[in-house]
Design a protein. Structure first.
Lengths: 110, 114
């Protein structure tokens, strides 16, 4: 079965610094990959997804992710963190069903 | 533009009680699913449905029942609640059970079993 592993349950950055959230996947077939964000006491919201085509995917709120098949990775980045980016982020892989990583909580320090 | 609606938002149950978590979507999606979210474990799939009258088990189905009588509704039933079922529950829908379709989530139900 397909799975994802998120490296780091907590990441803390200063406002204006680079955000890097790591995700590695395991899949025997070309994967479909997603990043979701969860703000406190809310449901999950799609940030971006990779299905086919361009390996650099741009999403909402300035986030992007790059699919690297050779590294089985789909890391999420943002050049400059804002206070409003503080949330929990989930990487997911989909075959018929969607399977999620354990999540990474992002803290942004002023 | 409601999307996926879950009720209630919060619930406290005593061990052994039963209850139903409601989920409705207005996007005419074929695929609906229930997840539970626990700290450090992400979201785990409980049950899913690919259409009215069709349901199947996910990763953690024990202690939960589902049914799908209409396209719109997908309730989750706890027949005899246990403290281990304390969690946040999310309902999600997708247009179809196709790998490249995104999931749309409800706001969640925070359940505490005492």
């Amino acid at each position: 079965a397909q799975s994802v592993t998120q490296l780091g349950s907590h990441v803390s950055v200063s406002e204006g610094a680079l955000v890097l959230l790591r995700c590695n996947y395991s899949s025997s077939v070309p994967p479909y990959l997603f990043w979701y964000v969860q703000y406190p006491n809310q449901g999950l919201q799609l940030l971006l997804k990779y299905t086919t085509g361009a390996t650099l995917v741009k999403g909402i709120n300035g986030f992007e992710a790059e699919f690297k098949k050779s590294e089985t990775s789909f890391h999420l980045t943002k050049p400059s963190a804002h206070m409003s980016d503080a949330a929990e982020y989930f990487c997911a892989v989909s075959d018929y069903d969607m399977r999620f990583g354990a999540g990474t909580r992002l803290t942004v320090k002023p | 533009n409601a999307g996926v609606t879950q009720t209630p938002k919060f619930q406290v149950l005593k061990t052994g009680q039963s209850m139903t978590l409601q989920c409705a979507q207005d996007m005419n999606h074929e695929y609906m699913s229930w997840y539970r979210q626990d700290p450090g474990m992400g979201l785990r799939l409980i049950h899913y449905s690919v259409g009215a009258g069709i349901t199947d088990q996910g990763e953690v189905p024990n202690g939960y029942n589902v049914s799908r009588s209409t396209t719109e509704d997908f309730p989750l039933r706890l027949l005899s609640a246990a403290p281990s079922q304390t969690s946040v529950y999310f309902c999600a829908s997708r247009p179809t059970r196709t790998a490249n379709t995104e999931a749309f989530f409800g706001q969640g139900t925070r359940l505490t079993v005492v």
